[in-house]
Write a protein that binds this ligand. Structure first.
Ligand SMILES: Nc1nc2c(ncn2[C@@H]2O[C@H](COP(=O)(O)OP(=O)(O)OP(=O)(O)O)[C@@H](O)[C@H]2O)c(=O)[nH]1
Ligand SMILES: [Mg+2]
Length: 353
């Protein structure tokens, strides 16, 4: 457990910002950080030096003096210069939203591919943080002397090391990707149909996947519990196993995922583009359901998966019993209570014909 302060920047014009605050706090909890203090900063016009205004900086500084936190966590991605300025004034390391997401992904990555992808994302992120006189690599390598030939400045050394590491990591990922492509070819040869479960993080994809495949995938009330796509044949209780239908559990989406993570996870997301049917799992008990649905829809568009047949599944209806669906292409289910799963599985199986 690490101590932390959370600084939240909210623009008052955006009505659903309370959801964003809740989401950020969930992200912090998922990272196992204990929060000591939450400072809400309303920023209409960002300050060019510190993003938040002088009064807020002063306030956070006095709180830091008092509780001496290990980190200050910031709910938005920070430009390297702004981050450095804030760290100087507050005399404490700052973790911005991108870094928080990266460390969460690092914790969750278990497979070789997942680990490589997160490492690649971290290296690319570090590239954006190299600023003269202050480099994030110092934190990473614990001050090992890595200075190169005469005249090579620290920042040049850092850039060189990063370029080299990124190149090696890409090569490693390319190899993994080739194996994945072979597996996909095999599926096509065997004429298997692929159904991908997609959705916002924590919507209940893995819980549904477990129910529909008799698997035991890690499902948890934590963000990004799943990172690697998992493939299993459909096998639902009374309807028995299906030889030709494969179900894929995928990494969850989230609004404004950092570009470095999206690039590194491109091949994982590509699995979705090769499916015959997409099941969009939505948490219908979530007050931010509509924003999250749009976020998933735009992410599917961004990976060119918006032309694939899609059915929407409103999950967790046990938590929102008054919820009803009017669209007869959509389903209302509860993955934990097995409610509505029969109809859903029959619909998925219909796809075969
Ligand atoms: N009450 C209720 N809880 C559910 C239901 N389905 C899933 N959950 C809970 O929601 C939480 C998230 O479930 P997961 O299956 O891990 O969600 P996910 O979409 O796979 O999440 P990521 O892998 O993080 O993207 C867990 O605590 C589940 O027990 C449901 O139908 N009803
Ligand atoms: Mg999951």
């Amino acid at each position: 457990m690490t101590l932390g302060i959370v600084v939240l920047n909210i623009a008052p014009a955006r009505f659903h910002d309370t959801h964003l605050i809740a989401e950020f706090l969930h992200l912090v909890e998922s990272n196992d950080y204990s929060i000591d203090y939450v400072a809400l900063a309303v920023v209409k016009t960002p300050s060019p030096k510190t993003y938040v205004h002088a009064g807020t900086v002063e306030h956070i500084r006095s709180v830091c003096d008092l509780i001496k936190p290990t980190f200050v966590l910031c709910s938005r991605a920070l430009d390297a210069r702004i981050q450095r300025n804030l760290e100087k004034v507050l005399c404490v390391s700052i973790i911005d939203r991108t870094e928080l997401l990266l460390s969460l992904f690092e914790k969750r990555a278990t497979s070789a591919a997942g680990k490589c992808q997160v490492e690649l994302a971290r290296l690319s992120y570090l590239q954006t943080k190299l600023v003269r006189g202050w480099t994030h690599l110092e934190r990473q390598r614990g001050g090992i002397g890595l200075r190169g030939g005469p005249g090579e400045t620290q920042i040049e050394v850092d850039r060189r090391i990063l370029r080299h590491s990124i190149h090696k990591m890409r090569q490693k990922l390319d190899k993994i990707e080739k194996t994945r492509a072979l597996n996909r070819q095999q599926r096509t040869r065997d004429q298997k149909r692929v159904v991908s479960l997609v959705g916002y993080t924590n919507a209940g994809k893995s819980t549904l996947f477990n129910r529909l495949t008799q698997a035991d995938t890690w499902a948890n009330d934590q963000l990004f519990a799943t990172l690697d796509p998992l493939v299993r044949r459909l096998h639902y209780a009374s309807l028995g196993p299906s030889e030709e239908l494969l179900l894929v559990d995928t990494v969850g989406f989230m609004r404004d995922l950092p570009a470095q993570l999206l690039t590194a996870f491109h091949s994982t997301l590509e699995e979705i583009t090769l499916s015959d049917l997409i099941v969009h799992v939505v948490d219908c008990s979530d007050p931010a359901m509509h924003e999250k649905m749009s976020s998933v829809q735009s992410s599917l568009k961004a990976i060119s998966a918006d032309e694939i047949p899609l059915i929407t599944v409103f999950n967790k209806c046990d938590l929102n019993p008054r919820f009803t669906v009017r669209d007869h292409h959509a389903f209302c289910i509860s993955a934990t209570d097995d409610f509505g799963l029969d109809a859903l599985v029959r619909r998925i199986m219909d796809m075969r014909s």
